[in-house]
Design a protein around this ligand. Sequence first.
Ligand code: GCW
Length: 691
Amino acid sequence: MKKLILSLFIMCLALAASAEDGHQLWLRYQPNPEPAKVQLSLWYDGCGTVAPSPTIELAMKELQQYWHGAPITMEADCGPMHWKKGDDGFTIERKADGGLLLKAHGRDIGLLYGAYYLLRLQQSGQPVNPCEERPAFSLRLLNHWDNPNGTVERGFAGRSIFWNEKGEMRNEKWDAAHEELIRTYARANASIGINGTVLNNVNAKPAALSTESLQKTKEIADLLRPYGIRVYLSINFASPIKIGGLTTADPLNADVVRWWKDKVNEIYKMIPDFGGFLVKANSEGEPGPQDFGRTHADGANMLGKVLKPHKGIVMWRAFVYNPQSSDRANQAYEEFMPLDGQFADNVIIQIKNGPIDFQPREPYSPLFTAMQKTPMMVEFQITQEYLGAANHLVYLAPMWKEFFSFVKPASLKAMAGVANIGDDTNWCGHHFAQSNWYAFGRLAWNPSLTSEAIADEWLRQTFSLTPDPSPKGEGSIYSQLLSVMLDSREACVNYMMPLGIHHIFAGGHHYGPEPWYAPQGVRADWTPPYYHKADGIGLGFDRTLNGSANVKQYPEALCREYNDINTCPENLLAWFHHVPWDHKMKSGRTFWDELCHKYDEGVREARHFLTVWDAMQPYVDGQRFDEVQRKLRIQARDAEWWRDACLLYFQTFSHRPIPQDMEHPVHNLDEMMKFNIPIGMYENPTRGYTQ
Ligand code: GCW
């Protein structure tokens, strides 16, 4: 045992010395000198053996190369009768001779998932026990907001791994290095159970459906298939006009329906297991059925019907709002509730977790508990559009778990996450942002896993941290790092928008604070004052029954709780109430003083993250240590910037002093108000406020 610890420790020192660029993600299995003993037992309805599928071959190869434990027998009934029936799960049993039996529940992918399951346990130092694993959701999808020109909307990790400037694959030729990149992407996804990917931005260009572009989609689909990943495309609802030469895209028009039918047939000829369409319609300027006097249901059902014979699905987004309405938070519900029960059975309504837009904290979108007769799925945002982009360490599992504490996973059909992946060497821009890709997949498989368990297994695999001489004891460096991950989301809420404030981000790129942003001509619901409503009385959006009545969209008990300023959870206070500056908080402080303290607490937490990381130096390779340290420094400075900008700006309304017992702002409001970062929505800022 001592010898093992010593050799692990030496391995750790060696790791610390060698350069590490993070490209390997959490997949750092040590190869075997000789292939491990892995046997296959596949049969066909009891009448003979069959050849392994490419997926099973992959499972076999992974285990032979990297498994160091007991011999494994992989078993599956590959008969067509059986094959279609089972889920994606697997069972692991211990045989009398000490070997392991890995059985697919039905589909061959179960064996690959089982292989990664075993390798994960091995890599994170956990014991292998008999188990039965099956995913909670049958669809576990990434949504890439990648444009044909290679930019990624809200992408902070470089350019698209799929598309280049010409709308073709990134490389001129479909060359080996690029194929390898796509395979590595697929392998990472399969290792956490992701089984579908939408290859292009929901703000979709009609050309995504051109024959030339579909050819590229097919090439990607062929590479992803062995890993159990299907491809899907976002479509532009006006495609029949834009690329089909028709004069209308009215979903009830026979020519339009025929156009979609032909297009869908063309797709399935090329990609027989194509997953289906994701649609952003009548939202933020995208075309949709309402342009032709039709409803979301008319549009979605028409597409559902043409996809149905191929077993394809439609994911129709509920992210809709218009500039006239008095409360953006009400709108998805107002548009979709009247349509509940009218959608075809292969249409799923894809709803963002919160009613507005991926804020660091939102209540859940009330549609989830209101719609009873419509298949629904949740859309999370893995990319950190409103969470410090690829500069801030914010581990998102706690946010997603918070959502699941209100919305039962069983009420959903599927889980989608807007990817944070680009062509940066480390895939996600920030080494710790990889943990969000990882956590998304793990929760899509099993939403009852704890944030801590996921962070723990990710840290162990990604940084090979088991050799830490004081591995997990209370107060050890390792457990402090784990706490950094677990506390990071709340810290971010504290330094950006505590107590229910929301959408006070810089215009356009959304990086950094700009609660004052309200240029003439910009629609009100794209400006922070629409949301914070600061005035001499207080701060926050009145969504009570006396205000926009948003609370009414929630089940009765929650409605009552949220409606009363004295029972509303304080972390959502300014979401549901216009809170008077002197409102008494549970701490005994006034709302203003509490706000000041929350911002300051956020700053102190961000600084603490850096202190903990600095202590990790002996245990982490040099390159990743440096890169994370640089980012944590930006985060600590940004936290200060957020606190100073928000408190000094809100103080112009509250006219109350910043409490004595906290650090006071060190930047000047007039200077911060002049500062802006000259970037669009496709890049990661190299730094925040620098005065
Ligand atoms: O979060 C907002 C973003 C847009 C995005 C839109 C959406 C793809 O600011 O960049 O567009 O939501 O989800 O459709």
